[in-house]
Write a protein that binds this ligand. Sequence first.
Ligand code: TMP
Length: 214
Amino acid sequence: MFITFEGPEGSGKTTHAQLLKEFLKTRGLAVDLTREPGGTPIGENIREILLDPSHSQMNDKTELLLYEAARAQHVAERIEPALAAGKIVICDRFADATTVYQGVARGLGLGIVKKLNSFATGKISPDLTFIMDISTEEGLKKARDSSQAKWNQESGDRIEQENNSFHEKVRKNYRKLAADNPDRCFLLELTKPIETIQAEIQTITLQELKKIED
Ligand code: TMP
């Protein structure tokens, strides 16, 4: 089973992905938690290039291709083999992020992103996607606070440095993605305590696992 976590900056998806991994492991299930961009040595190197705030001159097309390059490596080297071995793979962001960030917020268009996503991922697509939602202001503050030390920049990494209207588009289009894909997407608004949200995530995951097993 392939589970992805998505959402705007600072939406808590990394914490929830980690908690879900621990929960599933205590139930004796084999789980591989990974992230995009990243998840392989090559992908992590590409991540550094993408997020480095000194790369402010990066062209939007270059950005799109680098996310897809990291993804192609990740699918081939890690995700596909783990799924083939019967593991549950949890991925912190995947192809939906490119749809929302590069396709819509950067304005490169959904057509090209769809083609490149499909080229990079082959037959792999998420069975279940949790979309975390948080106000743009609150999320950006959290994200910039936590990445400040790594990049030595108050305004965070290269993507976090984009203005509010860019990040508003991201938020709005993640909500749209959830509404357009009710078969696999669950929208979770971060207005409840973390334990309540995690309990919802666990219940939904167990239900979906059961459906796949039946
Ligand atoms: P993270 O903050 O969730 O680790 O993700 C790194 C950044 O990369 C985040 O700002 C979202 C962005 N991103 C894209 O713009 N397109 C993509 O395809 C992915 C996977 C991430």
